[in-house]
Design a protein around this ligand. Structure first.
Ligand code: AMP
Length: 200
């Protein structure tokens, strides 16, 4: 199954992807995680991405499309993948379409998490507190100031993807404001319906 999870920062895409990875035996491909790893490792991509990420902006399409193209070639992604945080612009969505059609494969669904943006700042603050309490390093972009810039980038550059994928007939929307377990249940129900339909 090839799935895109769509939603603003703090909507729960990362948490929910982690929960469904084992169930469907496909990896979570988070461009944010891949970029953070590149920054920590000090690779050329990481060096270019670091300051943009810390300011809450979007890394260039060329960089991000390149890392996704490489990653989906890896063996564990052959049976499918969950894209988390990519695509983030209509340009990236077009690049993904071209990349997949070149490989003769297609997306199965795009699941959008509908959330109340006012609640997201609180969620991000909690994520930072919980991470710190576990003794792990807190993301530099999980501060209320940078979060506003990330949300702004989402509204301007990523939200148009809803219409883009609605136009392809792939878009499904789930209520991301429910409790974490209830969102997982809804997500699994959608994906199970899809795999049952594909198998029949
Ligand atoms: P995330 O972990 O998805 O919230 O991403 C953290 C940061 O990584 C974003 O604020 C961007 O700076 C960068 N990033 C992640 N994915 C993308 C993408 N698809 N396009 C551009 N920048 C991205």
């Amino acid at each position: 199954m090839r799935i895109i999870l769509l939603g603003p920062p703090g909507a729960g895409k990362g948490t929910q992807s982690e929960r469904i990875v084992a169930r469907y035996g496909i990896p979570q491909l988070s461009t944010g995680d891949m970029l953070r790893a590149a920054v920590s490792a000090g690779t050329p991509v990481g060096l270019q991405a670091k300051s943009v990420m810390e300011a809450g902006g979007l890394v260039s399409d060329a960089i991000v499309v390149g890392i996704v193209a490489d990653r989906i070639e890896e063996a564990d992604a052959k049976r499918g993948f969950i894209l988390d945080g990519f695509p983030r612009t209509v340009e990236q969505a077009r690049a993904l379409d071209a990349m997949l059609s070149e490989k003769g494969i297609a997306l199965d669904t795009v699941i959008e998490f509908a959330v109340d943006e006012n609640a997201l700042v609180g969620r991000i603050a909690r994520r930072a507190e919980e991470t710190a309490a576990r003794g792990q390093p807190v993301r530099k972009d999980d501060t209320p100031e940078v979060f506003k810039t990330r949300l702004d980038a989402y509204r301007k550059q990523t939200a148009p993807l809803s219409d883009y994928y609605a136009g392809t007939g792939l878009l499904q929307t789930i209520d991301g404001m429910k409790a974490v377990d209830a969102v997982t249940e809804d997500l699994v129900a959608s994906l199970d319906r899809l795999s049952a339909a594909a198998a029949s």
